[in-house]
Ligand binder design. Structure first.
Ligand SMILES: Nc1ncnc2c1ncn2[C@@H]1O[C@H](COP(=O)(O)OP(=O)(O)O)[C@@H](O)[C@H]1O
Ligand SMILES: [Mg+2]
Length: 469
């Protein structure tokens, strides 16, 4: 399956690539503006410049570079382009990791508590705090608190603005305090007593461990998905005259996380912030389709709206198919086979949930003899000839495909609370806009009448063609 390709940078991109000053750099821009590719191009130039300097100075230490992603699929996807910076000898250490495996290696930890295990440990302590049905929200809230503050200043949660968590369900100061003093204390103690480590503990361990290797060049992709503690861990491992680039679009944040730059000790002044404005990936029709999903969300400095005026090609309107699930699949695959050349073009089937939710699609692809691969949580990018990938929307972050198919967008797979400003709904809106934004040429979405996700109602009927099956 195809990965990112080389291209000739535009002037706005060249400015970033050519900027080889030491220190921090932030690349903002909407989906498809070339953030990742530009950062990886810059990596190559920076590595070359540092290697020349190393030779000039006769240094014995290698140049150390680190590329970090949040999810595994993206790691595999960026690896090929990032490896172009590699010299293949011991003058350069080039590490390409997910934050999870990087911090696990540093901390020497093999077994990490999964989110389900954390949830199971927290549940008994939530009974007194939550309104029934809000447990999932409170578990996310706890992840947010633990990820944002260092363990000795968790009470900052009571003062700081809860950016990134929506406005509903409402959480009063009394409940905030109850969360801190009840479940968070109990969970922390239980972990300590049983010698357990969760993902946030890994970040804390990585921030505390004396750095054996300090990195000269660091690129962090999709930085909006990192927690403040994970950021602190990265910053702890930089060399004195490091050059570190954070790539992000807050509009694509999918997890209950937030940090302000100053909170992690970075001054995000104008001189280090670059904004990319063009859209090289999507057609205008696709960007226009995604836009209403983000229109009502709180704006953030690091976020960018899909801008259809920034696209080079108009393209065809996305299709929204309405009918039984099996018919959606049949229709989408008919169209795909008729209109795409799957020897050279790629397609992805994206779903809000993974595993068994793909079974019917797998059967349909097999019966048509269309080769496909699984992309969800794969840390190695598939090298085969299959050009159709099956992927959860979460794992598709940062990837791109010519054609994107999203059958079965039902309320069942996109649950959220009832109130305006609901944090889950906002997260789902960002997720669907991001998923639509993976497409270069066409998008097809489908639902069964009467079972559609709320997200479908947020779309603007003027931006798509409806097909009743
Ligand atoms: N200057 C450019 N000319 C042509 N294609 C480009 C240019 N910059 C980026 N691209 C292409 O646009 C697509 C999106 O790039 P990517 O780096 O994934 O964007 P982002 O990380 O901002 O979502 C990729 O296919 C990339 O090759
Ligand atoms: Mg990217």
């Amino acid at each position: 399956m195809r990965v990112l390709q080389d291209f000739e940078p535009t002037p706005e991109q060249r400015q970033i690539v050519a900027d080889n000053r030491a220190g921090f750099r932030i690349i903002r821009g909407a989906a498809g503006s070339g953030k990742t590719s530009t950062a990886l191009l810059q990596l190559r130039l920076q590595v070359a410049a540092r290697l020349r300097r190393r030779q000039r100075e006769g240094a014995s230490e290698p140049v150390r570079a680190l590329v970090l992603t949040f999810n595994r699929t993206l790691r595999g996807y960026v690896e090929e382009l990032a490896r172009k910076a590699d010299t293949g000898d011991d003058s350069l250490v080039l590490d390409i990791f997910t934050f999870g495996s990087w911090s696990r290696n540093l901390a020497g930890v093999t077994s990490v508590l999964g989110r389900d295990q954390t949830a199971a440990m927290l549940l008994p302590h939530l009974a007194d705090i939550g309104v029934r049905g809000q447990q999932a929200f409170l578990i996310d809230e706890i992840e947010y608190v633990l990820g944002r503050y260092p363990p000795d200043s968790l009470d900052h949660y009571l003062q700081a603005k809860r950016v990134g968590r929506g406005t509903a369900p409402r959480i009063s100061k009394v409940r905030q305090r109850a969360l801190l003093e009840g479940p968070i204390v109990a969970y922390t103690e239980e972990k300590r007593n049983r010698g357990l480590v969760d993902w946030n503990d890994l970040a804390l361990l990585a921030s505390a461990s004396p750095p054996k290797q300090r990195y000269d060049i660091v690129i962090v992709d999709e930085t909006q998905d990192f927690s403040a503690n994970q950021m602190r861990a990265v910053l702890h491992h930089l060399s004195q005259d490091h050059s570190t680039t954070f790539v992000l679009d807050a509009m694509q944040r999918l997890y209950p996380r937030f940090f302000a730059w100053q909170e992690v000790g970075i001054k995000a002044h104008r001189g280090i912030v670059h904004k990319l404005t063009r859209n090289y990936r999507n057609t205008a029709a696709i960007a226009r389709f995604a836009q209403p999903l983000l229109a009502g969300l709180p704006p953030e400095d690091d976020g960018a709206m899909p801008d259809f005026s920034a696209c080079a090609v108009e393209g065809t309107p996305p299709l929204v198919t309405v009918g039984k699930y099996s018919r959606q699949i049949a229709y989408m695959l008919d169209r795909l086979e008729a209109e795409a050349d799957l020897r050279t073009e790629t397609a992805a089937v994206l779903k809000a949930r993974g595993g068994g939710w793909f079974d019917e699609m797998r059967r349909a692809l097999r019966s048509r003899g269309i080769p496909y691969c699984e992309l969800t949580r794969q840390s190695e990018w598939p090298r085969g000839d299959e050009n159709v990938g099956l992927c959860t929307m979460h794992s598709a972050k940062g990837l791109e495909f010519d054609h994107v198919l999203m059958p079965g967008l039902s309320q069942r797979v996109t649950p959220h609370g009832p109130e305006e400003g609901d944090s889950d709904l906002q997260q789902l809106q960002r997720m669907l806009a991001m998923a639509i934004g993976r497409a270069r040429k066409t998008v097809m979405l489908g639902y069964k009448p009467g079972e559609e996700s709320t997200l479908v109602n947020l779309l603007d009927p003027n931006t798509y063609e409806r097909v009743d099956l």
